[in-house]
Design a protein around this ligand. Structure first.
Ligand code: G16
Length: 544
């Protein structure tokens, strides 16, 4: 693994040796001017970092480079910086910081990020000093930052601005270049937990996942079996590049056909997981034959949704709720074979279809928890259980296994005398290794889903038939200032502006099996509306 120093790092070492013991504010100021903030611009570290038009982000990137160095010094760990705007249109971009175990940035540091981003140039020094003081950051401590970016045309230049910020504070860095967001999260975790995770290379990531997939599906594929084919819409994003690299490590029984690989179309435009979920129709650029299993990634490959057209040509979506149900059913069956009583729960958000929650609680007898939108909230809740399955309906999710659960399962997989129990424990062990526990990962989730379907002998139709979604509709509304809306109860109720919730309640009462809520987006300048009801027509009317 090479560690690169930019020109700025060289500049620092020539200009001053004091940078390692105190901040070189002259250098910070000099480079702040080169990464100037557009006047009057105010941004907030939202659901998944900063997101806005790429042309307004240069100063944010530079400043996040600075902040990443302080966070690295404070945690004495490697910190990640990912340049991406995930599902947003190509003109947007964004940035988020990744904490030591590959998780999202701690909330108190989100506030520093917002404050630093909105500061005028002459205030930067004070803010950096304040952060150091409040968080007891030792400037003697080394800092190491790993950086990744998606395929947006603006991403390369913006990641250079991050590097400038890192270097001006004397931080060292490794630039992974083009990676999926979950790959960068995984790399951060590898750097910080070297004895538990694999080597911090993308190649080691492929090898780990492929090995677990081959082991897990051993019993499902027999020589001479026909291929299990899957069409993948890559949203014209980084997923195409990385899935192609992954593919050479996978068994030939899984035949992956990629569409929207970025050679023709625009990123996330009329394709990708968000488009398919919101519009409830197949993406452009892919021919869907009846009953063919298809899936869509989003622009940075941290989300996945499945879909198919039935024989009558009707579109069926298998979203994050269906994925959570499939995975938790599989895990519960294995746990009962192993004879272990580990706690398991599913974490959802207000967007979860009412049918999925009912099915999980009433049929599967799995406890379900509802939290605010944003994987950071789901991740945190899922950590409370031995096994926490979390998925947003939009297809963003993963499974977390507690340290104790992993130890128990690995022990049983090795030592258990009963053959059946040992085999079930081995399957659980391979599932653990196949899952990227740091964050939702479209490639890892795809392999988990394909393995489960193959092992259960399920077609996409069998999977879909586990329960029937209530008809629903999502809308995006542009308003003058989305921040006037404030919510409570995991975003299921509006508390401001006054009177809005009463109006929603009044409308909801008019329809059967209905539910609706509104919330301001944390990634786009819109208000999101969600409605479900007994018929599609009613869900649509209620949403509108
Ligand atoms: C991000 C977050 C998700 C969230 C989504 C939409 O997804 O990681 O947790 O559900 O934004 O958030 P909002 O409704 O607040 O705009 P991604 O895939 O764009 O990173």
């Amino acid at each position: 693994m090479h560690i690169y120093y930019s020109d700025l790092a060289a500049f620092n070492s020539i200009c001053t040796v004091s940078i390692f013991v105190e901040m070189d504010f002259d250098a910070v100021a000099k480079y702040s001017v080169l990464h100037a903030k557009p006047s009057g611009l105010t941004l907030q570290y939202g659901t998944a970092g900063f997101r806005t038009k790429a042309e307004n982000l240069d100063h944010v990137m530079y400043r996040m480079g600075l902040l990443a160095v302080l966070r690295s010094k404070q945690t004495k760990s490697t910190i990640g910086v990912m340049v991406t705007a995930s599902h947003n249109p190509e003109e947007d971009n964004g940035v988020k910081l990744v904490d030591p175990l590959g998780e999202m940035l701690a909330p108190s540091w989100e506030e520093y990020a917002t404050c630093l981003t909105n500061a005028e140039e002459q205030e930067i020094q004070t803010i950096l000093s304040d952060v150091c003081q409040k968080e007891a950051v030792s400037l003697h401590q080394d800092a190491f930052i790993v950086i990744g970016r998606d395929t947006r045309p603006s991403s390369k230049k913006l990641s250079q601005a991050v590097i400038d910020g890192v270097s001006v504070l004397g931080g060292q860095y490794h630039d992974y270049g083009l990676v999926t967001t979950p790959q960068l999260h995984y790399m951060v975790c590898c750097w910080n937990t070297q004895e538990h995770y694999e080597k911090a290379t993308v190649e080691a990531y492929y090898q780990k996942l492929a090995k677990a997939f081959v082991e897990l599906t051993k019993q499902a594929f027999s020589p001479g079996d026909s291929h299990r084919s899957l069409k993948v819409d890559c949203a014209n994003g980084i997923g195409a590049l990385k899935l192609q690299e992954m593919e050479c490590h996978l068994p030939r029984e899984l035949l992956i056909q990629m569409y929207n690989n970025g050679t023709k179309g625009k990123l996330n435009h009329l394709c990708g997981a968000d488009f398919v979920k919101v519009h409830q129709k197949p993406p452009q650029g892919i021919e869907v034959k009846p009953n063919e299993r298809c899936c869509s990634f989003d622009g940075d490959a941290d989300r996945i949704v499945y879909f198919y057209n039935d024989a009558a040509g009707h579109f069926h979506l298998l979203d994050g709720d269906k994925i959570a149900t499939l995975i938790s059913t599989f895990l519960k069956e294995l746990l009962s074979k192993v004879g272990q009583t580990l706690t398991m729960a599913v974490v959802q958000t207000a967007y979860a279809n009412g049918s999925s929650t009912r099915y999980l609680e009433e049929t599967m007898k799995v406890p379900v928890h509802c939290v605010k939108t944003g994987v950071k909230h789901l991740h945190q809740k899922a950590q409370e259980f031995d096994i926490g399955v979390y998925f947003e309906a939009n297809g963003h999710g993963t499974v977390l296994f507690s340290k104790a659960a992993v130890e128990k399962i690995r022990h049983l997989a090795k030592e258990e005398k009963d053959n059946q129990k040992r085999e079930a424990a081995k399957m659980l062990e391979n599932t653990i290794d196949l899952i990227n526990q740091t964050v939702g990962d479209a490639i890892s989730d795809l392999l988990v889903i394909e393995a489960i379907l193959a092992l259960k002998g399920f077609t996409v139709h069998h999977w879909d038939a586990m329960y029937t979604d209530l008809p629903n509709r999502q809308l995006k509304i542009k308003v003058a200032d989305r921040r006037v809306i404030d919510t409570a109860d995991a975003e299921r109720r509006v508390v401001a502006p006054p009177g809005l919730q009463e109006k929603i309640d009044g409308l909801v009462k008019k329809y059967k099996l209905s539910r609706a809520f509104v919330r301001p987006s944390g990634t786009e300048d819109v208000v999101r509306v969600y409605a479900e009801a007994d018929t599609q027509e009613n869900a649509d009317t209620l949403a509108h």
